[in-house]
Design a protein. Structure first.
Length: 217
């Protein structure tokens, strides 16, 4: 039994979740707290990766970040490696597929913080950074944690975009969903019997954790 798909999945999901949280905070906070023309359009666009067919998302990543794209060339010059068909590419694919879940939870969490509390902090002389760090972040923390856990679960189960953009290279980019698919196509029943319960256990644990966080708000 090759356990590399499990470790690759966990590493990719962890890195993708960190990336989703960092980018998601930069997107969700201004969307939730700043009114500007076209805000609803931007908020709607953040959901697009969640509803796109995974093959479309994977193809879009190949066009935007492939070896001959501008982003791909810049990445190659900075790192000496390609982004497509690497485990870093799997991280990017998982991030793009899962980040809408974090942004959605973060938008709700930030929007639910009372304006009266924020206004009171401003009256006391708090600047934007202090408000974000000492008021918004603690009050929105349950929603942010729920979004983080759901993004991790989604990144762990990413399949289509990962296969198209990162490839299915055993020991390098082959995550659990890819290994299960390959084993099924090859008529191997032993590998899915091991990996499927692991995938279900991870998903169930994250969903239960998210539910507990939501009900304790």
């Amino acid at each position: 039994m090759d356990w590399s798909p499990v470790w690759i999945s966990l590493r990719v999901a962890f890195c993708a979740t960190v990336l989703s949280v960092v980018i998601g905070l930069l997107v969700a906070y201004p969307l939730a707290r700043v009114r500007f023309p076209g805000r609803d359009v931007v908020a709607g666009l953040t959901i697009v990766p969640l509803v796109l067919p995974p093959t479309v998302l994977g193809y879009a990543l190949l066009v935007a970040c492939g070896r001959h794209s501008t982003i791909g060339l810049i990445y190659h010059r900075l790192t000496g490696t390609d982004l497509a068909f690497t485990w870093q590419g799997a991280v990017l694919a998982a991030c793009i597929a899962s980040i809408p879940l974090f942004i959605g939870h973060a938008l709700i969490a930030f929007s639910q913080v009372s304006e009266e509390v924020v206004d009171a902090a401003r009256v006391d002389g708090a600047n934007g950074w202090v408000i974000a760090r000492d008021i918004m972040a603690p009050l929105a923390l349950p929603g942010l944690l729920a979004g983080t856990s759901m993004a991790f679960a989604r990144a762990t189960g990413e399949f289509g975009a990962t296969m198209m953009f990162a490839g299915d290279d055993a020991g390098k980019t082959q995550t659990m969903p890819l290994a299960i698919y390959d084993a099924f196509m090859a008529g191997d029943v032993s590998t899915p019997r091991v990996l499927i319960p692991i995938a279900i256990a991870i998903a169930a644990f994250v969903c239960i954790l998210t539910s507990r966080i939501n009900y304790r708000r």
